[in-house]
Write a protein that binds this ligand. Structure first.
Ligand code: SAM
Length: 162
C-alpha cells in the first residue's frame, strides 16, 4: 500500500473512532478530555461533532493551527504527568469521554504514558464513560468495546467505564 493510502486509512479510522465514541456517549452528561492537541485536528473534529460538550485539552506545547487552539481556560498546558492528575481531581466524576492521542515512536515511553493515563483517569470518569485511544490503555474499572466496522484491530482502542 502506498504511504499516501496508508495515511488516508489511518486518518479515516481515527475519524470513524471519534464519530463512534460521540455516539457511544450519547445520553451521558459529562465533559470531554482531549489528551494530545498536536496540530489540533482531532480537537477540531471533536468540537464539530459535539458542539454542546465542554472539551478540555492537554499538551505540553502549542503547535496547533491558529483556528484550533482551545481557550486558555480549557487548556492544560504542560506535561500530562503533572497536569492530568490535577485535572482529574478538578473533574472528579464528570468526564464522559477521553480521547488520548499521545503516541510517540518510542514504545517504552508509550507504555509508561499509557500506564500513567490508565491509572489516573478512573477518578474523573462517570459510569458509562468511554476512553478512546491510539495506544492500548488499561484503565481499571473498564471493559473493552468493539471498534467501528472496518477499523482494523489494534488501530484504536475503546474502553467503557463500568
Ligand atoms: N490529536 C492531535 C491531532 O489530531 O492533531 C495529534 C496529537 S500528536 C500525535 C501527540 C501530542 O501529544 C503532541 O502534540 C505532543 O506534544 C503531546 N504529548 C506527548 N507526550 C506528552 C506529555 N507527556 N505531556 C503533554 N503532552 C504530550
Amino acid at each position: 500500500m502506498s504511504r499516501l493510502n496508508s495515511v488516508i486509512r489511518r486518518l479515516q479510522a481515527q475519524r470513524d473512532c471519534l464519530n463512534a465514541s460521540a455516539v457511544m456517549i450519547d445520553g451521558l452528561e459529562g465533559i470531554v478530555l482531549e489528551i494530545g492537541l498536536g496540530n489540533g485536528r482531532t480537537f477540531d473534529h471533536l468540537r464539530e461533532i459535539m458542539p454542546d460538550r465542554e472539551i478540555y485539552v492537554f499538551d505540553r506545547q502549542i503547535n496547533a493551527h491558529p483556528k484550533c487552539i482551545p481557550a486558555d481556560d480549557h487548556l492544560f498546558l504542560g506535561d500530562i504527568f503533572e497536569t492530568l492528575p490535577k485535572a482529574c481531581e478538578q473533574f472528579k466524576g464528570k468526564v464522559a469521554l477521553v480521547h488520548s492521542d499521545v503516541g510517540t515512536g518510542d514504545e517504552a515511553l508509550n507504555a509508561k504514558i499509557a500506564s500513567f493515563i490508565g491509572n489516573t483517569l478512573p477518578l474523573a470518569l462517570i459510569k458509562g464513560a468511554i476512553v478512546a485511544s491510539d495506544q492500548k490503555i488499561d484503565v481499571p474499572g473498564t471493559i473493552a468495546e468493539p471498534l467501528p466496522e472496518g477499523v482494523p484491530q489494534d488501530r484504536y482502542f475503546f474502553r467503557r467505564f463500568q
